[in-house]
Design a protein around this ligand. Structure first.
Ligand code: OAD
Ligand code: ZN
Length: 241
């Protein structure tokens, strides 16, 4: 295959699984998506936050603390290598990572061009003054917003029923790309699950790299199955060879 000049890469929880961060669905023990008997979907909603803010803050405090103990794996590093090396092989080449993940492992792995469409664990959002700030500690004790002093900080996470971030940028990237690659996502949550069809409509080649066939697998021109650390690394090696 000729080296594509512009690649949009959609990532999901599966790329961080080998870093020890749980995926949302399909856990081997059947507990996938459960937290203290709550379905993740029941914790990650504005309604849940209104009903029981302590429960939701505690859940996100725990996950915010946990991701800071995790390290990027070979798949994150491979995508950073691709972003860095491809323009040297094909002048003008561009690699954009659009991630549904709220961890910072792409950045720590070395990727620079990352869109967090579902928000970020390491940011807090003040609902009083609309400021977003880097945040590594807990929120359960209602710390004051550094900008306005209100005790109105919430995790800067896009919950179910809220609008994902930077959709315009994502659509622009898809309209300018030649290749769409989906890594480690189950294809269960829209709008991300619909990107493959948008990509196909626009004539992009589409490739899925996942542990198992996802719900949207049939939409892809090509699927390669295996753990991200192996299949993503092999794919990047192939492109850069
Ligand atoms: P899911 O948990 O739904 O899917 C993870 C996918 O990764 C599955 O298809 C697994 O087969 C695959 N997988 C697991 N281990 C893997 C490995 N080592 N290598 C490669 N693939 C592996 O996660 P997402 O699709 O990211 O939303 O979920 C989408 C959204 O739903 C999340 O962003 C989150 C969630 O609710 C919000 O928080 C708003
Ligand atoms: Zn504020």
């Amino acid at each position: 295959m000729a080296k594509p000049p512009s690649i949009v890469i959609l990532t999901g929880a599966g790329i961080s699984a080998e870093s020890g961060i749980d995926t949302f669905r399909g856990g081997k023990d059947g507990r996938g998506g459960l937290w203290e008997q709550h379905r993740v979907e029941d914790v990650a909603t504005p309604e849940a936050f209104a009903r029981d803010p302590d429960l939701v803050q505690r859940f996100y405090d725990m996950r915010r603390a946990s991701i800071q103990t995790r390290q990027p794996n070979a798949a994150h590093h491979a995508l950073a290598r691709l972003e860095q090396a491809l323009p040297g092989l094909v002048p003008g080449a561009r690699v954009i990572v659009v991630t549904q993940n709220v961890d910072d492992l792409h950045e720590r792995g070395g990727s620079q061009n990352v869109i967090h469409m579902h928000g970020e664990h390491l940011k807090a959002w003040c609902t009083a003054c609309d400021t977003r700030i880097g945040w590594t500690g807990p929120l359960i004790d209602r710390p004051p917003c550094p900008a306005c002093g209100s005790a109105a900080l919430r995790p800067d996470i896009v919950w179910f029923g809220e609008v994902p971030y930077r959709m315009d940028d994502i659509h622009t990237a898809l309209s300018q790309a030649d290749l769409f690659v989906s890594i480690g996502t189950s294809g269960a949550v829209y709008p991300a699950a619909g990107f493959v069809r948008l990509a196909r409509d626009r004539g992009l080649h589409t490739l899925e790299l996942n542990l198992e066939r996802s719900q949207g697998s049939a939409w892809f021109h090509e699927t390669r199955l295996g753990p991200a650390s192996e299949v993503v690394t092999a794919w990047v090696d192939e492109l850069l060879a």
